[in-house]
Write a protein that binds this ligand. Structure first.
Ligand SMILES: C[S@@+](CC[C@H](N)C(=O)[O-])C[C@H]1O[C@@H](n2cnc3c(N)ncnc32)[C@H](O)[C@@H]1O
Length: 310
């Protein structure tokens, strides 16, 4: 998803019906939502597992948990909300004594509309705000610290690797020049610098979208988090347990695709959905944020069905 969705509406869960269908949960199951957000998906997941089951809803953003709690309060099911990162899933599963017995997990990657809508978090460059972009736990310094500290080469690498930005060098050089006059600490200021060196020229997305995406990924160590989360999911699910991952940009999706492929090749996972599922035309029309979404689902192969394992 781009760094600015322009989405002013409450968070509408993406690919909800598909997630519910392919996770195929039953009453009494344990399910973990690693990105509980405002509990759009979790509200349905908790109903599926019911009062005999358990939903563990994790989010790195502490401010979002009360929204999830409100939404889940009326659901007919048992749940616990935990302020935690993907990389902390192993400890969370130990704490609730459910390691290796989870029936389903969901990671709905990216930023919640609630986070976009809090202008002061700096996710949306449509509105001027501090250049922060921290999603919560595990993100120590704001994006402005990176923008004002890193040298040209480090900025180029970040914009190329995390933003897939073709104008990375020009943008990095413009930032370094600008900050020698005045530190770059506001979203609008950064967006203007990018706009000057890489103007829009009829492009569908704002020229600064990739720069903000790169900063968000760097500040929040997002790719390392995804790697850690996938590994924790494969270990924490029971045989036959399923993991559904929704990603909004190619960098994230590529990581997921690769990890799933390796698991399938090792005989540890089975693809439940061949390739990636996309939202229907109807959903894309209803919810603009869903347009770039891709859903992948795998199942942990039972020990008795594994090939090539002694
Ligand atoms: C797209 S939103 C999820 C929305 C949710 N599915 C809903 O329907 O309301 C992604 C959420 O995941 C959280 N998040 C992102 N990366 C995370 C990580 N590594 N560990 C824990 N939470 C994370 C964000 O703070 C955000 O609230």
């Amino acid at each position: 998803m781009s760094a600015s969705s322009g989405d002013r509406f409450p968070h509408v869960p993406v690919l909800l019906d598909e997630v519910i269908r392919y996770l195929a949960l039953e009453q009494g199951d344990v399910v973990l939502d690693g990105t509980v957000g405002s509990a759009g998906h979790s509200a349905k997941l908790v109903e599926r597992v019911g009062p005999r089951g358990l939903l563990l809803g994790l989010d790195r953003d502490r401010e979002i948990l009360p929204h999830a709690r409100r939404r889940l309060a009326t659901a007919a099911g048992r749940f616990h909300l935990v302020w935690a990162l993907f990389s902390e899933i192993p400890e969370v599963l130990e704490r609730f004594d459910v390691a290796g017995s989870v029936a389903g997990m969901l990671f709905d990657l990216g930023v919640s509309s609630l986070q976009f809508d809090r202008a002061e978090r700096g996710f949306s460059f449509d509105r001027d705000a501090p250049l922060d972009l921290r999603m919560g736990r595990g993100a120590d310094e704001p994006a402005s610290a990176l923008v004002n500290r890193l040298g040209v080469e480090a900025l180029v690498t970040m914009f190329e690797e995390f933003g897939e930005e073709p104008r990375a060098r020009a943008i990095a050089e413009a930032i370094v020049q600008e900050r020698s006059r005045r530190p770059v600490v506001r979203t609008r200021h950064l967006a203007e610098i990018v706009d000057r060196v890489a103007p829009r020229r009829g492009a569908k997305i704002h020229p600064a979208t990739r720069t903000f995406q790169a900063l968000r990924i760097a500040v929040n160590h997002e790719l390392d988090e995804i790697d850690a989360g996938l590994a924790a999911a494969f270990d924490g699910l029971r045989p036959g347990g399923r993991l559904a991952v929704i990603s909004f940009q190619s960098l994230e999706d590529r990581l997921v695709k690769r990890a799933f492929k390796e698991g399938v090749r090792a005989g540890r996972l089975r693809e439940v959905v061949k390739g990636a599922l996309k939202p229907s035309a109807e959903e894309r029309r209803r919810n603009r944020r869903s347009r770039s979404a891709k859903l992948r689902v795998v199942e942990v192969v039972g020990a008795e069905n594994r090939q090539g394992e002694s």
